[in-house]
Design a protein around this ligand. Structure first.
Ligand code: GLN
Length: 544
């Protein structure tokens, strides 16, 4: 039977619950257990698909086509397990399910209430689709004390009652601040947060204390005493220099050992931390670096391109290099200023995006990459921009655009007409925006002998998608005559998936998001190849 580990957060948000859960998953897996990680989000959106990245950071896409919280990305990258649709739930989804059932008359005339109907639905979600897992780690979004989180906390309290206290472990992650003025570490916020949790009926078993500096024994004792946990279960997590250090640091603090002790499980295997030690060392101490420009609309918010930033770092790991990201806000990128802005840059990346704002800056940067042999990777929107740039400057379609920006006779990128998944036909729409894009893993066929097929070392790939618009396949011949090759297509040959330039050292656009599948311990080939090309370019620049 699976054991359940619930991770809640207290005092403030952004303490790293996702990373803690992901690290714990790795440690348990490494000891030979099968683990699943889930996220319960307390907001009212059905999923984060329609939220602005400024609100919520990146939207992470799973193989089975769910638009989910970015923490699922952490989970995948650390545990290596591909997340599923069933691993992320929101208040919005829970309520819409319950209301749908109510309309179908499934509650047999009863008054539908938060307790038990909403809490029952939450419990169903926690348990469903769990088979051979030894552990299910459930992270509860938000902070204890928020009105929104209450039904989730109530549900996990009930869950532990029903499943058995010995099968349910509560971990509470809090902030233990350091006060400079008095040179003291303060435990009071943690005490209050735990008090709040206990008032709901949840006694944490392990408290993870996030702190700037190591917590002295006296303060640990205080937390243990006031929060009613044993001193060994007060676990500190001092800020790490790189996230890859997190599994090492949690293991040093014996988090995995305490978890197994709680469940009275004898340790099967020793944890293997060598891969993390290796990449931590590499990321922190590598002297060689390349500068990569990431030109997008949301660069000011670090989390907006989380998986992408990670994938680029992984590309660096594969090439023994540190990747220095030069984030350029496309909206302020004046085409006349491109050269200055890109001094010292050895690779240009245009990530996924939506809407017209900032596109002219992106297009100008693509012209620069194309004309100056700078390695270029365009992802989703970035590929669409590369096609528009080529149409304007090489095919002489001066007004080339995307129908995403309004009706035009020169749309080389248009609303997706139709696509097929699992034998069913889907149609593009720009009316109903939630969950209606072409989402999740789709196959692409690669052209033999193309650069992309060499990179993947295959002519058939599967990658994750999230788009509503597509490059118009009818332009294929015109583009190819001028040297932009459509080197990857959907199996029915209707949707362009990849473009590349013939007379350029490394210029690739992909309609999918390779960044979602890159992992620190298994860097994605496309990012490894991109960084390798940037390394070559930077050597050339140094010589000239
Ligand atoms: N806005 C574009 C589309 O919907 C690109 C989306 C993306 O980059 N993820 O097709």
């Amino acid at each position: 039977m699976a054991r359940y580990i619930f991770v809640t957060g207290g005092v403030v948000s952004s303490l790293g619950k996702g990373l803690s859960s992901a690290s714990l998953a790795y440690l348990l897996q490494s000891r030979g257990y099968k683990v699943r990680i889930r996220k319960l989000d307390p907001y009212l959106n059905v999923d984060p698909g329609t939220m602005s990245p400024f609100q919520h950071g990146e939207v992470f896409v799973t193989d089975d086509g769910a638009e989910t919280d970015l923490d699922l990305g952490h989970y995948e990258r650390f545990s290596g397990i591909s997340a599923k649709k069933s691993d992320n739930i929101t208040t919005g989804k829970i309520y819409s399910d319950v209301i749908k059932r109510e309309r179908q008359g499934k509650y047999l005339g009863k008054t539908v209430q938060v307790i038990p109907h909403i809490t029952n639905r939450i419990k169903e979600f926690i348990k469903h689709d769990v088979a051979k897992e030894d552990f299910v780690i459930c992270e509860i979004g938000g902070t204890v004390g928020d009105i929104e989180s209450l039904p989730f906390l109530e549900a996990i309290r009930q869950f532990s009652n029903e499943t058995g206290r010995k099968n349910t472990l509560f971990i509470h992650l809090t902030l233990v601040p350091y006060m400079k003025a008095s040179d003291e570490i303060k435990t009071k916020p943690t005490q209050h947060s735990v008090k709040e949790l206990r008032s709901i009926g949840i006694q944490p078993d392990i408290i993870i204390c996030r702190s700037e500096r190591s917590i002295p024994l006296d303060q640990r004792k205080k937390i243990s005493l006031f929060c009613n946990v044993s001193i060994e279960d007060v676990i500190e997590t001092v800020d790490v220099k790189t996230i890859y250090e997190a599994p090492i640091s949690f293991n040093k603090e014996k988090l995995d050992e305490r978890v197994l002790k709680f469940f009275k499980i004898k340790t099967r295997k020793k944890v293997n931390l060598n891969p993390w030690k290796k990449i931590t060392n590499l990321v922190l101490n590598n002297k060689n670096k390349v500068n990569i420009a990431v030109i997008g609309k949301y660069v000011e918010l670090k989390d907006a391109y989380k998986s992408l930033d990670e994938a680029l770092t992984h590309g660096g790991i594969a090439n023994n290099l540190k990747v220095n990201l030069v984030r350029i806000e496309s909206d302020y990128l004046n085409p006349k200023d491109i050269k200055n802005k890109l001094i010292g840059v050895s690779g240009i990346l245009i990530p996924g995006g939506f809407g017209k704002r900032g596109t002219e800056g992106k297009i100008a940067a693509i012209t620069y990459a194309r004309n100056h042999n700078v390695p270029f990777l365009g992802i989703c929107f970035g590929m669409q921009m590369a096609v528009i740039e080529f149409a304007r400057n090489r095919l002489n379609i001066k007004k080339a655009t995307s129908s995403e920006f309004g009706p035009s006779k020169a749309s080389v990128v248009g609303l997706m007409s139709e696509w097929i998944k699992d034998g069913k036909k889907f149609k593009g729409t720009d009316k109903d925006l939630g969950g209606t894009m072409r989402l999740g893993s789709y196959e692409a066929k690669l052209k033999k002998g193309s650069l992309i097929s060499k990179i993947y070392n295959s002519i058939k790939i599967n990658e994750r998608h999230r788009h509503r618009y597509e490059v118009n396949i009818n332009f294929k011949d015109k583009f190819e005559k001028k040297g932009m090759i459509f080197s990857g297509l959907s199996p029915d040959l209707k949707l362009p998936e990849i473009i590349e330039l013939q007379n350029h050292p490394w210029f690739i656009g992909v309609q999918f998001h390779p960044e979602f599948k890159s992992r620190p311990l298994a860097p994605h080939p496309l990012f490894s190849a991109f960084i390798k090309a940037a390394k070559t370019k930077s050597k050339k620049n140094a010589k000239s």
